[in-house]
Design a protein around this ligand. Sequence first.
Ligand code: GCU
Length: 330
Amino acid sequence: MKGLLVPVIAMTMLLTACGGGQKAGKSQVLKLSHNHADGYPVDRAYKKFAELVAQKSGGRYTVEIYPSAQLGDQRASLELAQSGVLHFAHINTAVLEGFDSIYGVLNLPYIFKDYAHYRAVMDSPKVRQIFEDTLPKGFVPVIYLEGGARSFYTKDKPINTPDDLRGLKIRVQDSPTSIEMVRLLGGTPVAMNFSEVYTALQQGVIDGAENNAPSLITTGHAEVAKNFSLNNHMRLSDILVVGGDFWKSISEEDRAMFRESANETIEFFAGVWDADEKLAFKEAEEKYNVKITHPNTELFRAKVFPMHEAMAKKDPRFKELIDYIKTLEK
Ligand code: GCU
């Protein structure tokens, strides 16, 4: 039922409200879709982006935000952006891998040593070029938002070593890299959309999932998953993409205005994320009685590190990016 309802609602909303960029007064309305709750850090970033765009364009553009996957999950909304129905779509680098496999490199477990390394890579001209190169596929990433380090959370027992994952069904995003990671660690990966995880946890369809602390809280997963084991396996980004047709239809000055707004949003977000992540850890322990543990990350790293070499062997582009990422490690 839900699978049918969402596209119907989405299409009705788009046809009645969007019209592919209809003008409200003198302002062109631009639809932005994401899958987080209203008020989640990502949502606040997009509100900031909307504010900056309104300001810098002198009100010529109005960005309208549709949270909570109202316009479909990440894959569906990216497809809507590709086909020109939506202007901006939010997608995690994990799911983006299904549209361009180069993003799999950024999803490799333990590829980033720490936050500073992650920022250096994401801000590098090489990654910015990868963003630009996606235009022939019908979209261009314009904003990346850090998602902290992801770790396992489970219902019944903490994950202290990879062996503890044996026999457990762990939800991952629909990404070959995430699936392979859980498999190598000994668990059973189950790919599903973010919005389906709460019920799946509750009904025992899965035994756990992996994510960052703010996601554990805002989704209600902390009501069910009481063990959060900080093995910090991946640092994934949320990406805001702009639809290719819209991007090509506007002037170079307007593209520069959107880029400036996007870059200011990235900086704004750094402060938002840190504060929210700290708060989420506190809430997990104090409000939801989640037991936070700190397993030896080396045990996890050792099992999945061969993924770097295997990825490098798949394509010279991947190897070049992996080698480059390693040069930025301090
Ligand atoms: C994070 C991320 C989302 C993503 C989610 C997931 O919350 O911010 O963009 O959809 O993880 O695991 O699906």
